[in-house]
Design a protein around this ligand. Structure first.
Ligand code: KG4
Ligand code: ZN
Length: 368
């Protein structure tokens, strides 16, 4: 089955053609052709994603990305079985561009549409693995295999817009067991990065600075609070941490007075704080749910320190739990993950029933 997928929920325009086949142990997804364009640099001057700019850029880039993906795949729209499109969660003006584009394509070529949840895309793609004999993940025809997944699965989805613990007791059945009460982890990373003078989205660069401090064993001048670390639930909160970071920098005399070493050490303290909270809450969520598989997904799942800390937790305390770490190429927003989630539903006859035209739903939950 061939799926053409379109992703425009935030500031990445993604189009992908993926072929999915079911076999005895699970499903294989072969990326026939994928195109992805990030607008991050354009949004940098606004210090965050500017919805109307995102909309304009998606409208401009969608036809180009479609062309690129189809050319790489060597297929035409007429040859695909379905067209999948992200309908939420995300920025509504951005989501609408993808939906309108997908709808027009579907009508023109008489193809069925699959409205797809962005978070389900992160989850399903993070559970999928690249077999060792296909290690070059940038190549065309790379394969992701989704097999031998033991339920219940606990997913920690961490991105610029979301931070949530999702329990999948069975395929396509989700329960939200914890979430951020305010800012998402990626948002906190980006805001503190900005305080340190790094351009948007600064999460990855902040993390590189933190690594430098860790390698040189540099300790921060300030200790940050670990918000809600001992609260008796799986919820988290990062807006107080962001404010604490702001005050700590101000009390020290402002970021402009800091040496690069001091900034690196502060980045390290911030990253340690986030990791401490995520590790503590993951432990709580694992205990509460008895999950057999743990997976992380979303842009922040690329963070090497968070990956290592969670890996240590699972290895030391939960050796019966399988930890699925996503390939780095799939953690950020892209259309391959949307194709994977949609294809999985199509192959299992779990497609949503479409009683009315697809709408963008900015706050769409995975646990409907
Ligand atoms: O999933 P994603 O691409 O987009 C959303 O759906 O939000 O996530 C983007 C977020 C940004 O906040 C970015 O700074 C963050 O992921 N991010 C990181 C790292 N790489 C990306 N945060 C911390 N460490 C990283 N290595
Ligand atoms: Zn995302």
């Amino acid at each position: 089955m061939k799926i053409l997928a379109i992703e425009t929920s935030c500031d990445e325009t993604g189009v992908a053609v993926v072929e999915a086949t079911k076999n005895a142990s699970g499903v294989s997804f072969t990326v026939r052709g994928a195109a992805l364009l990030s607008q991050a640099q354009l949004h940098a001057e606004y210090g965050g994603v500017y919805p109307n700019l995102a909309k304009r850029e998606h409208e401009k880039n969608l036809p180009l990305m479609l062309e690129e993906a189809l050319t790489k795949a060597g297929v035409s729209v007429a040859e695909v079985d379905y067209i999948a499109v992200t309908h939420g969660p995300g920025l509504e003006p951005a989501l609408w561009t993808g939906i309108n584009f997908a709808q027009a394509l579907a009508e023109k070529h008489g193809k069925p549409l699959i409205p797809t949840n962005h978070m389900e895309g992160h989850l399903v793609s993070s559970l999928s693995h690249i077999p060792e004999n296909h290690s070059n993940i940038l190549e065309n025809n790379r394969i992701f295999e989704l097999k031998n997944v033991n339920v219940p699965v606990l997913a920690l989805l961490i991105s610029g817009g979301h931070t949530e613990f999702v329990l999948m007791r069975d395929w396509f059945s989700y329960e939200l067991i914890g979430k951020t009460l305010d800012d998402a982890v990626g948002e906190a990373f980006d805001k503190v990065a900005r305080m340190l003078g790094l351009p948007y989205p600064g999460g990855a660069e902040l993390s590189r600075n933190a690594r430098t401090a860790r390698e040189k064993a540099q300790e921060s001048f300030a200790t940050l609070p670990r918000p809600m670390i001992s609260s008796n639930n799986c919820d988290v909160s990062f807006s107080g941490l962001k404010t604490a970071a702001l005050y700590a920098l101000r009390d020290k005399g402002g970021v402009q007075t800091l040496t690069q070493e001091e900034k690196d050490a502060f980045a390290r303290e911030f990253e340690d704080t986030v990791a401490d909270v995520l590790v503590a809450k993951t432990e709580k969520a694992l205990q509460e749910t008895g999950a057999r598989t743990f997976v992380i997904g979303g842009g922040v799942a690329a963070n090497s320190h968070i990956r290592e800390r969670l890996q240590t937790l699972i290895q030391k305390e939960y050796e019966d739990v399988e930890f699925r770490l996503p390939e780095l190429s799939i953690t950020g927003d892209n259309a391959v993950m949307i194709a994977e989630a949609a294809a999985l539903r199509a192959l299992n006859e779990k497609l949503p029933t479409l009683t009315e035209p697809i709408r963008a739903v900015g706050n769409l939950s995975i646990a409907a």
